[in-house]
Design a protein around this ligand. Structure first.
Ligand code: ATP
Ligand code: BTN
Length: 264
């Protein structure tokens, strides 16, 4: 395949300090998350990247399905952060994806709290952070990133209304190799960057802030204005009665309040 990925092509000429020093490529995997977890459990070097051309059981949060057909890129990175570094992983991944998209395509990439990357209001990439704790310390964390690069989203009715791809937005082809290489450079640059700077750039790219939103957790829905985000990645939600609630990224879904009202 002209745009085929290989560890050699991906790492050639990159001088990354941590992320991407070791890259493993597979034509197909159930999920790069599981392969990365196994690598971490056997002590893989920090920054090991697992890449699959397609996943057969890709997943998002709470076991939701993540479609990863040919033309997308799915990757997971093995990391050993300290516990204070955990909330920054979602920020680092989001920023690296957004910057890579902008650099390679000129499209504007915005972030929807907590874990979506949007182009023209539709989801082009998803991010999943999983960690394994040993008592109060982090055994390892896995940063998972899926990007729709050369994907015809209309072939997937279940996401056609909410998702997009880089090729679909640009109406031309985009190099998967180019996106992956740039992504690894951005991830490496952010991984040891000052946390205050990471938080500041993440906050500034969040399209969620200032909007009326509906936070859904289990069967509960909370309405309010997305007022701010804290340095641990939580959302501060201002309800109509003036009360302020801190919402953890964990198990929630976020909708525009207007969309939610329309469907009730
Ligand atoms: P929510 O939509 O509730 O905010 P989320 O965006 O954070 O959730 P996850 O909870 O991780 O996402 O679940 C993945 C969701 O992403 C699925 O419910 C599905 O609608 C959507 N999805 C699956 N595959 C793709 C894809 N390739 N591109 C864009 N969206 C996808
Ligand atoms: C989301 O829906 O926002 C999160 C999706 C995360 C998808 C990526 S693709 C690489 C890695 N492997 C998976 O099974 N999930 C993550």
């Amino acid at each position: 395949m002209e745009d085929g990925l290989s560890p050699q092509k991906i790492t050639s000429g990159l001088n990354n300090r941590i992320i991407g020093r070791r890259v493993l490529c597979y034509p197909s995997l159930p999920s790069t998350m599981e392969t990365a977890r196994k690598e971490a459990a056997r002590g893989a070097p920090e920054g090991t990247v697992i890449i699959a051309d397609e996943q057969t059981v890709g997943h998002g949060r709470l076991g939701r399905t993540w479609l990863s057909p040919e033309g997308s890129v799915s990757l997971s990175v093995v990391l050993y952060p300290d516990i204070a570094g955990l909330p920054y992983l979602i920020m680092i991944a989001s920023l690296a994806v957004a910057r890579s998209i902008e650099a390679l395509t000129g499209l504007e990439a915005l972030l929807k709290w907590p874990n979506d990357v949007l182009v023209n209001g539709r989801k082009v990439a998803g991010i999943l952070i999983e960690s394994s704790m040993g008592g109060k310390a982090v055994d390892y964390a896995v940063m998972g990133i899926g990007i729709n690069i050369k994907v015809d989203i209309s072939a997937f009715p279940e996401i056609a209304a909410t998702a997009t791809s880089l090729s679909g937005e640009l109406h031309s082809s985009v190099s998967r190799l180019g996106v992956v290489r740039r992504l690894l450079v951005e991830l490496d640059g952010f991984y040891k960057a000052p946390r205050q700077a990471i938080y500041g750039e993440w906050r500034s790219r969040l399209t969620t802030l200032g909007r009326q939103v509906c936070v859904v957790s289990g069967g509960d829905a909370q309405y309010g204005r997305a007022e701010s985000v804290t340095a641990d990645g939580s959302l501060m939600l201002r309800a109509d009665d003036g009360s302020l609630t801190k919402v953890l990224a964990g198990d929630i879904s976020l909708r525009d309040a207007a969309d939610d009202n329309a469907t009730r």
